[in-house]
Ligand binder design. Sequence first.
Ligand SMILES: [Zn+2]
Length: 332
Amino acid sequence: MEFERTRLVAEMVAPGSGELIRTEVEVRVDPLTGHTSRILPNRGLMPPNDFDLEAFARENEERCPFCAGRIERLTPNLPPAVHPAGRMVQGEAVLFPNLHAYSSHSCVSVYSPRLHYLPLGRITERLMEDNLSTQVQYAKAVIGADPESRWSSINANHMLPSGSSLFHPHLQGIIDVSPTTLQRQLTDVPAERFDDYLDTERHAGVRFLGNSGRVHWLVSFAPIAPAEVRAFVPGLGSPVELDEDLVAELADGLVATLNSYAELGYESFNLAMYGAPPGTLGYPLNLRIACRSNLESFYRSDSTFLERLHWEGAVDLAPEDVAERIRDRFRT
Ligand SMILES: [Zn+2]
Protein backbone atom coordinates (compact mmCIF):
# COMPACT_ATOMS: atom_id res chain seq x y z
CA MET A 1 0.00 0.00 0.00
CA GLU A 2 1.29 3.46 -0.94
CA PHE A 3 0.70 6.09 1.72
CA GLU A 4 -0.31 9.43 0.26
CA ARG A 5 1.47 12.61 1.35
CA THR A 6 1.85 16.05 -0.19
CA ARG A 7 4.32 18.74 0.82
CA LEU A 8 3.08 22.33 0.99
CA VAL A 9 5.45 25.28 1.28
CA ALA A 10 4.51 28.62 2.84
CA GLU A 11 6.73 31.61 1.93
CA MET A 12 6.93 34.91 3.78
CA VAL A 13 9.28 37.80 4.43
CA ALA A 14 10.67 37.84 7.96
CA PRO A 15 9.86 40.84 10.16
CA GLY A 16 12.99 42.94 10.71
CA SER A 17 15.62 41.08 8.65
CA GLY A 18 13.58 40.98 5.44
CA GLU A 19 14.84 37.42 4.80
CA LEU A 20 12.67 34.99 2.86
CA ILE A 21 11.28 32.31 5.18
CA ARG A 22 10.00 28.96 3.91
CA THR A 23 7.92 26.63 6.08
CA GLU A 24 6.99 23.12 5.04
CA VAL A 25 3.73 21.44 6.00
CA GLU A 26 3.05 17.82 5.10
CA VAL A 27 -0.53 16.80 4.33
CA ARG A 28 -1.12 13.07 4.89
CA VAL A 29 -4.12 10.96 3.94
CA ASP A 30 -5.30 8.32 6.40
CA PRO A 31 -5.08 4.97 4.58
CA LEU A 32 -8.36 3.70 6.12
CA THR A 33 -10.88 6.54 6.16
CA GLY A 34 -9.23 9.04 3.78
CA HIS A 35 -9.31 11.91 6.29
CA THR A 36 -6.35 14.28 5.99
CA SER A 37 -3.92 15.53 8.60
CA ARG A 38 -1.19 18.20 8.64
CA ILE A 39 2.20 17.46 10.12
CA LEU A 40 3.74 20.80 11.14
CA PRO A 41 7.35 21.53 12.06
CA ASN A 42 7.81 21.25 15.84
CA ARG A 43 6.66 24.58 17.29
CA GLY A 44 6.26 23.52 20.90
CA LEU A 45 2.47 23.52 20.59
CA MET A 46 2.19 20.80 23.24
CA PRO A 47 4.34 21.88 26.21
CA PRO A 48 4.82 19.36 29.05
CA ASN A 49 2.67 19.64 32.16
CA ASP A 50 3.74 22.03 34.91
CA PHE A 51 0.32 22.44 36.50
CA ASP A 52 -0.05 21.22 40.10
CA LEU A 53 -2.72 18.62 39.41
CA GLU A 54 -2.43 17.12 42.87
CA ALA A 55 -3.25 20.44 44.58
CA PHE A 56 -6.14 21.00 42.15
CA ALA A 57 -7.39 17.47 42.91
CA ARG A 58 -7.45 18.26 46.65
CA GLU A 59 -9.47 21.43 45.97
CA ASN A 60 -12.25 19.73 44.01
CA GLU A 61 -12.28 16.35 45.78
CA GLU A 62 -14.79 17.39 48.46
CA ARG A 63 -17.58 17.82 45.95
CA CYS A 64 -16.76 14.83 43.74
CA PRO A 65 -19.72 12.43 43.23
CA PHE A 66 -17.40 9.58 42.13
CA CYS A 67 -15.38 9.46 45.36
CA ALA A 68 -15.78 6.82 48.07
CA GLY A 69 -18.50 7.83 50.52
CA ARG A 70 -20.54 9.69 47.86
CA ILE A 71 -20.60 7.39 44.81
CA GLU A 72 -23.35 5.16 46.27
CA ARG A 73 -25.64 8.10 47.04
CA LEU A 74 -24.95 10.40 44.09
CA THR A 75 -24.73 8.10 41.06
CA PRO A 76 -27.67 6.31 39.42
CA ASN A 77 -28.29 2.56 39.17
CA LEU A 78 -28.59 0.48 36.00
CA PRO A 79 -32.14 -0.54 35.06
CA PRO A 80 -32.98 -4.07 36.36
CA ALA A 81 -33.36 -5.40 32.78
CA VAL A 82 -29.68 -4.60 32.17
CA HIS A 83 -28.24 -5.50 35.58
CA PRO A 84 -30.44 -6.18 38.65
CA ALA A 85 -27.62 -5.40 41.11
CA GLY A 86 -27.59 -1.78 39.82
CA ARG A 87 -23.82 -1.33 39.51
CA MET A 88 -21.13 -3.50 38.00
CA VAL A 89 -18.03 -4.05 40.09
CA GLN A 90 -14.74 -5.66 39.09
CA GLY A 91 -11.76 -5.31 41.45
CA GLU A 92 -11.81 -1.62 42.40
CA ALA A 93 -13.69 -0.51 39.26
CA VAL A 94 -17.35 0.52 39.55
CA LEU A 95 -19.70 1.05 36.59
CA PHE A 96 -23.04 2.91 36.65
CA PRO A 97 -25.22 4.85 34.16
CA ASN A 98 -24.12 8.30 33.04
CA LEU A 99 -26.47 10.80 34.69
CA HIS A 100 -25.89 13.01 31.66
CA ALA A 101 -26.60 10.43 28.96
CA TYR A 102 -25.09 10.75 25.48
CA SER A 103 -26.93 7.78 23.98
CA SER A 104 -29.73 5.31 24.75
CA HIS A 105 -27.18 3.31 26.79
CA SER A 106 -24.55 5.53 28.35
CA CYS A 107 -22.34 4.50 31.26
CA VAL A 108 -19.41 5.70 33.36
CA SER A 109 -16.86 3.43 35.07
CA VAL A 110 -14.38 4.80 37.58
CA TYR A 111 -10.99 3.07 38.00
CA SER A 112 -11.62 3.21 41.73
CA PRO A 113 -13.73 5.37 44.07
CA ARG A 114 -10.53 5.92 46.13
CA LEU A 115 -8.52 7.25 43.14
CA HIS A 116 -9.73 10.81 42.69
CA TYR A 117 -6.25 11.74 41.53
CA LEU A 118 -4.62 9.27 39.13
CA PRO A 119 -1.77 10.72 37.06
CA LEU A 120 -1.03 8.80 33.84
CA GLY A 121 2.28 7.52 35.21
CA ARG A 122 0.44 5.70 37.99
CA ILE A 123 -2.24 3.89 36.00
CA THR A 124 -1.56 0.16 36.37
CA GLU A 125 -2.50 -2.86 34.24
CA ARG A 126 -4.73 -4.11 37.09
CA LEU A 127 -6.73 -0.87 37.27
CA MET A 128 -7.12 -0.67 33.48
CA GLU A 129 -8.00 -4.35 33.07
CA ASP A 130 -10.69 -4.24 35.77
CA ASN A 131 -12.15 -1.03 34.37
CA LEU A 132 -12.20 -2.37 30.79
CA SER A 133 -13.81 -5.60 32.07
CA THR A 134 -16.75 -3.67 33.54
CA GLN A 135 -17.23 -1.97 30.16
CA VAL A 136 -17.23 -5.32 28.35
CA GLN A 137 -19.71 -6.78 30.89
CA TYR A 138 -21.92 -3.72 30.42
CA ALA A 139 -21.89 -4.02 26.62
CA LYS A 140 -22.81 -7.71 26.89
CA ALA A 141 -25.65 -6.98 29.33
CA VAL A 142 -27.06 -4.14 27.19
CA ILE A 143 -26.98 -6.16 23.98
CA GLY A 144 -28.62 -9.05 25.87
CA ALA A 145 -31.42 -6.79 27.15
CA ASP A 146 -31.80 -4.66 24.01
CA PRO A 147 -30.57 -6.65 20.97
CA GLU A 148 -31.21 -3.77 18.54
CA SER A 149 -28.49 -1.70 20.27
CA ARG A 150 -25.49 -3.29 18.58
CA TRP A 151 -23.09 -0.38 18.12
CA SER A 152 -20.92 -0.10 21.21
CA SER A 153 -17.80 1.87 21.98
CA ILE A 154 -15.54 2.29 25.00
CA ASN A 155 -14.19 5.80 25.46
CA ALA A 156 -12.41 8.20 27.76
CA ASN A 157 -12.21 11.92 28.38
CA HIS A 158 -9.37 12.13 30.88
CA MET A 159 -8.83 15.51 32.60
CA LEU A 160 -10.69 18.70 31.75
CA PRO A 161 -8.97 19.62 28.42
CA SER A 162 -10.24 16.35 26.91
CA GLY A 163 -13.89 17.29 27.51
CA SER A 164 -14.30 15.67 30.91
CA SER A 165 -16.59 17.65 33.20
CA LEU A 166 -15.45 15.66 36.25
CA PHE A 167 -11.89 15.42 37.53
CA HIS A 168 -12.20 11.86 38.87
CA PRO A 169 -10.69 9.46 36.25
CA HIS A 170 -13.16 7.21 34.45
CA LEU A 171 -14.06 5.46 31.18
CA GLN A 172 -17.35 5.87 29.33
CA GLY A 173 -19.36 3.42 27.26
CA ILE A 174 -22.02 4.30 24.72
CA ILE A 175 -24.27 1.82 22.92
CA ASP A 176 -26.90 2.67 20.32
CA VAL A 177 -28.95 1.33 17.42
CA SER A 178 -26.84 3.40 15.00
CA PRO A 179 -23.10 4.10 14.65
CA THR A 180 -21.22 7.33 15.25
CA THR A 181 -19.67 8.95 12.17
CA LEU A 182 -16.28 7.27 12.69
CA GLN A 183 -17.83 3.87 13.49
CA ARG A 184 -19.72 4.11 10.19
CA GLN A 185 -16.65 5.20 8.21
CA LEU A 186 -14.45 2.48 9.72
CA THR A 187 -16.96 -0.33 9.16
CA ASP A 188 -17.22 0.78 5.50
CA VAL A 189 -13.49 0.02 5.04
CA PRO A 190 -13.00 -3.28 3.13
CA ALA A 191 -11.33 -6.08 5.15
CA GLU A 192 -8.35 -6.28 2.75
CA ARG A 193 -7.59 -2.61 3.32
CA PHE A 194 -7.13 -3.17 7.07
CA ASP A 195 -4.80 -6.13 6.35
CA ASP A 196 -2.87 -4.12 3.80
CA TYR A 197 -2.51 -1.15 6.19
CA LEU A 198 -1.20 -3.35 9.02
CA ASP A 199 1.20 -5.22 6.68
CA THR A 200 2.55 -1.97 5.27
CA GLU A 201 3.11 -0.46 8.73
CA ARG A 202 4.70 -3.66 10.07
CA HIS A 203 7.20 -3.76 7.19
CA ALA A 204 7.92 0.00 7.25
CA GLY A 205 8.59 -0.24 10.99
CA VAL A 206 8.94 3.50 11.67
CA ARG A 207 5.47 3.86 13.21
CA PHE A 208 4.88 0.23 14.21
CA LEU A 209 5.13 -0.35 17.98
CA GLY A 210 4.60 -4.08 18.25
CA ASN A 211 2.26 -7.04 18.22
CA SER A 212 1.40 -7.98 21.79
CA GLY A 213 -0.07 -11.39 20.82
CA ARG A 214 -3.40 -10.76 19.14
CA VAL A 215 -3.29 -6.95 19.13
CA HIS A 216 -1.25 -4.77 16.74
CA TRP A 217 -0.09 -1.38 18.05
CA LEU A 218 1.15 1.53 15.92
CA VAL A 219 1.36 5.32 15.78
CA SER A 220 -1.09 6.88 13.29
CA PHE A 221 0.33 7.91 9.91
CA ALA A 222 -2.27 10.72 9.69
CA PRO A 223 -3.21 11.52 13.29
CA ILE A 224 -6.39 13.42 14.18
CA ALA A 225 -4.84 14.39 17.53
CA PRO A 226 -1.34 14.65 19.09
CA ALA A 227 0.71 11.48 19.79
CA GLU A 228 -2.09 9.30 18.43
CA VAL A 229 -1.70 5.54 18.89
CA ARG A 230 -3.97 2.98 17.21
CA ALA A 231 -4.56 -0.68 18.01
CA PHE A 232 -6.22 -3.38 15.87
CA VAL A 233 -7.64 -6.74 16.99
CA PRO A 234 -8.16 -8.90 13.88
CA GLY A 235 -10.79 -11.64 14.13
CA LEU A 236 -13.48 -9.85 16.13
CA GLY A 237 -15.40 -6.63 15.70
CA SER A 238 -17.22 -5.75 18.93
CA PRO A 239 -16.16 -5.22 22.56
CA VAL A 240 -18.73 -7.90 23.53
CA GLU A 241 -16.55 -10.46 21.73
CA LEU A 242 -13.48 -9.73 23.89
CA ASP A 243 -12.41 -12.58 26.18
CA GLU A 244 -10.52 -12.08 29.46
CA ASP A 245 -7.10 -12.59 27.86
CA LEU A 246 -7.76 -9.97 25.22
CA VAL A 247 -9.04 -7.48 27.79
CA ALA A 248 -5.77 -8.01 29.69
CA GLU A 249 -3.72 -7.60 26.50
CA LEU A 250 -5.52 -4.39 25.54
CA ALA A 251 -5.13 -3.07 29.11
CA ASP A 252 -1.35 -3.71 28.99
CA GLY A 253 -0.97 -1.80 25.70
CA LEU A 254 -3.14 1.08 26.89
CA VAL A 255 -1.14 1.37 30.10
CA ALA A 256 2.13 1.29 28.12
CA THR A 257 0.76 4.15 26.03
CA LEU A 258 -0.47 6.17 29.02
CA ASN A 259 2.75 5.67 30.98
CA SER A 260 4.63 6.88 27.85
CA TYR A 261 2.39 9.94 27.66
CA ALA A 262 3.30 10.72 31.28
CA GLU A 263 6.98 10.44 30.34
CA LEU A 264 6.44 12.87 27.44
CA GLY A 265 4.82 15.29 29.93
CA TYR A 266 1.13 14.79 29.03
CA GLU A 267 -1.67 14.22 31.52
CA SER A 268 -4.88 14.47 29.47
CA PHE A 269 -6.10 12.07 26.78
CA ASN A 270 -9.05 10.83 24.75
CA LEU A 271 -9.74 7.20 23.90
CA ALA A 272 -12.25 5.56 21.55
CA MET A 273 -12.58 1.83 20.93
CA TYR A 274 -14.84 1.62 17.89
CA GLY A 275 -17.11 -1.43 18.03
CA ALA A 276 -19.08 -2.76 15.07
CA PRO A 277 -22.17 -4.97 15.53
CA PRO A 278 -21.16 -8.40 16.94
CA GLY A 279 -20.41 -10.88 14.15
CA THR A 280 -19.38 -8.25 11.58
CA LEU A 281 -17.06 -10.18 9.28
CA GLY A 282 -13.69 -8.75 8.31
CA TYR A 283 -13.84 -5.76 10.67
CA PRO A 284 -11.03 -5.68 13.23
CA LEU A 285 -12.03 -4.07 16.52
CA ASN A 286 -9.80 -1.00 16.73
CA LEU A 287 -9.09 1.95 18.94
CA ARG A 288 -7.52 5.36 18.91
CA ILE A 289 -5.88 7.04 21.88
CA ALA A 290 -4.33 10.51 21.79
CA CYS A 291 -3.02 13.26 24.05
CA ARG A 292 -4.78 16.51 24.74
CA SER A 293 -3.31 19.80 25.90
CA ASN A 294 -2.29 20.06 29.52
CA LEU A 295 -4.29 21.95 32.09
CA GLU A 296 -2.98 25.43 32.84
CA SER A 297 -4.47 28.86 33.31
CA PHE A 298 -3.55 30.28 29.89
CA TYR A 299 -3.52 27.18 27.76
CA ARG A 300 -3.76 26.56 24.03
CA SER A 301 -6.39 24.00 23.05
CA ASP A 302 -5.00 21.35 20.70
CA SER A 303 -8.39 21.24 18.98
CA THR A 304 -8.70 24.15 16.53
CA PHE A 305 -10.95 25.07 13.60
CA LEU A 306 -9.06 22.43 11.60
CA GLU A 307 -9.93 19.53 13.92
CA ARG A 308 -13.42 20.63 14.94
CA LEU A 309 -14.85 22.14 11.75
CA HIS A 310 -12.68 20.76 8.94
CA TRP A 311 -12.20 17.28 10.53
CA GLU A 312 -8.50 17.62 9.68
CA GLY A 313 -5.72 16.90 12.17
CA ALA A 314 -2.83 19.36 12.59
CA VAL A 315 -0.01 18.30 14.91
CA ASP A 316 3.58 19.39 15.47
CA LEU A 317 4.61 16.02 16.95
CA ALA A 318 5.80 13.93 13.99
CA PRO A 319 4.28 10.42 14.23
CA GLU A 320 7.68 8.82 13.55
CA ASP A 321 9.24 10.72 16.50
CA VAL A 322 6.39 9.69 18.78
CA ALA A 323 6.89 6.03 17.79
CA GLU A 324 10.63 6.29 18.43
CA ARG A 325 10.05 7.79 21.89
CA ILE A 326 7.44 5.32 23.12
CA ARG A 327 8.39 2.04 21.36
CA ASP A 328 10.52 0.68 24.23
CA ARG A 329 7.43 0.07 26.36
CA PHE A 330 5.97 -2.23 23.68
CA ARG A 331 9.00 -4.49 23.41
CA THR A 332 8.40 -7.86 25.04
ZN1 LIG B 1 -13.45 11.86 43.12
